[in-house]
Write a protein that binds this ligand. Structure first.
Ligand code: SAH
Length: 351
C-alpha cells in the first residue's frame, strides 16, 4: 500500500476529488499528520467516517514500528530501534544538547563499507531503505518530542548504512524533511556523512543544495585507510579529497572530516603529522571521535593524552579540530550497535 508521506498535497487533492470530497481536506489531513503528529486515521475526528475508512484502505501513515527504545542515564541520548515491514531492524539516535535536537538516521539495513570499528557493517549490506523509511525515522522522533513540546532541529545521516550507496532515496528523504508542508527542516540543518563514494560526492555537488556534507576519513593514507575501511579499495584517497575540495568550493562551505581514533592503529603522532600535511592547504575541520567500544571487536579507545597530543599536532599544522565526546556510551549509541545486539539476541532465541 502506498505511504501518505510519498504523496504531494496536489496528489492527495486529486484522490479526494475522485472520492467526491472537497480538495481543501488535503490540507486538513496534512495538518493532522505533520502538525498534530496524529498517525491514525481514526483520530482525525473532523473527517467523515467514510473518508477515514477510504483513506485507511488506500494509504499507510506508518511503515516502521518502534521495537525498542533506550535512554542514556544522562537523558541526552535516546536510541530507537525500528522494525520495518519485512521484519528487518534499523535504528536512529536522538541526541539532545542545549537547544539542539539532532536525529541520527539510518539510510540502509546493514552497510557495505564494513569499517573495522563499526557495528553496522559487521554483517554487510542487507538492503536499501526507501525514502519514506528514512523520513519516517525523523517523523516518529518528532512525534516523540512533540509530547514534550519540542521538535527535531537537525538531522545527520550517520546511522547505519552508506548514504551515497542509496543516493536517490537519500535525496528524496532530504526533500521530504525539507518540505515546508511536512517537517520544514532547513537544508543547512541536514548533514550527509559519506565513507567516500566519489561519484556520489560529485553528483551531490551538482545538486546545489544547502545540505552539509562530511567525509569519514579515519586514516591519513590509502594504505592504512584500506585496512580500516575495506570499502576504501574502490576509490583513491586523492580522488575522494579532490571531490570534497570541489564540493567546498562550489558550496562555499568548510569541509568536515571525521576521524575515529583507535588505539595503536591510527592515533600515533606520525598519523597526525601525515594528516596535517595531507590537509594543510584546505579550509577544513577535523572532527576527532574516540572509538566507542563495540562488543565482539578487539579494538580500544586511545588514552586521553594520546588524543590531546594528536589534536596538538594537527593544530600546529593550522588545522582546526573538534573533539566529539561520544554521547550515550551506556546505551551503545554508536552507529548500528543496538540493531546488532538485538539481532544477536533474536538469533540466540531462535537457535
Ligand atoms: N557510511 C557513512 C555514514 C555512517 S556514520 C560514513 O561512513 O560516513 C559513520 C560514522 O559513525 C563514522 O564517521 C564514525 O565517526 C562513527 N562511528 C561508527 N561506529 C563508531 C564507533 N564504534 N566508535 C566511534 N565512532 C563510530
Amino acid at each position: 500500500m502506498q505511504s501518505l508521506h510519498n504523496l504531494s498535497l496536489e496528489e492527495l487533492m486529486q484522490f479526494l476529488s475522485k472520492e467526491g470530497e472537497r480538495p481543501f481536506r488535503a490540507k486538513q489531513i496534512f495538518h493532522w499528520i505533520y502538525e498534530c503528529k496524529v498517525d491514525h486515521w481514526e483520530k482525525m475526528t473532523d473527517l467523515s467516517k467514510n473518508l477515514r475508512f477510504r483513506l485507511k484502505e488506500n494509504f499507510l501513515i506508518s511503515s516502521i514500528s518502534q521495537r525498542n527504545i533506550q535512554e542514556s542515564k544522562d537523558e541526552e541520548t535516546t536510541k530507537f530501534l525500528w522494525e520495518l515491514s519485512d521484519g528487518k531492524l534499523v535504528e536512529s539516535v536522538l541526541i539532545c544538547s542545549e537547544k539542539r535536537r539532532t536525529v541520527c538516521v539510518s539510510s540502509q539495513v546493514g552497510c557495505p563499507a564494513r569499517c573495522a570499528f563499526c557495528a553496522s557493517g559487521q554483517e554487510g549490506l542487507m538492503r536499501n531503505l526507501t525514502a519514506v523509511e528514512i523520513f519516517e525515522q525523523v517523523y516518529q522522533i518528532d512525534k516523540f518530542l512533540h509530547l514534550k513540546g519540542e521538535r527535531v532541529s537537525h538531522v545527520v545521516f550517520m546511522g547505519m548504512g552508506e548514504p551515497f550507496e542509496n543516493y536517490d532515496n537519500v535525496l528524496k528523504a532530504v526533500y521530504l524533511l525539507h518540505d515546508t508542508l511536512r517537517l520544514n527542516l532547513s537544508q543547512r540543518r541536514i548533514t550527509v556523512s559519506t565513507v567516500g563514494v566519489v561519484e556520489g560526492i560529485r553528483r551531490f555537488t551538482n545538486e546545489n543544495l544547502q545540505v552539509n556534507l562530511v567525509l569519514s576519513l579515519h586514516a591519513p593514507n590509502q594504505h592504512l585507510r584500506k585496512k580500516i575501511i575495506p570499502y576504501a579499495r574502490k576509490y583513491s584517497l586523492e580522488d575522494i579529497i579532490e571531490a570534497m575540495v570541489l564540493f567546498a568550493k562550489k558550496s562555499k562551505r568548510n569541509i568536515t572530516y571525521e576521524y575515529t581514533l583507535i588505539k595503536g592503529i591510527n592515533d600515533l603522532p606520525q598519523h597526525a603529522e601525515e594528516l596535517g600535511s595531507l590537509l594543510k592547504e584546505q579550509p577544513c575541520t577535523v572532527n576527532l571521535i574516540p572509538y566507542n567500544p563495540v562488543p565482539g571487536l578487539r579494538l580500544q579507545r586511545p588514552e586521553k593524552e594520546m588524543i590531546e597530543n594528536f589534536r596538538h599536532i594537527l593544530s600546529s599544522c593550522g588545522i582546526v579540530t573538534t573533539w566529539r565526546y561520544t554521547k550515550g556510551k551506556d546505551i551503545a549509541a554508536a552507529c548500528g550497535q543496538l540493531a546488532l545486539q538485538e539481532r544477536k539476541h533474536v538469533d540466540f532465541v531462535a537457535s
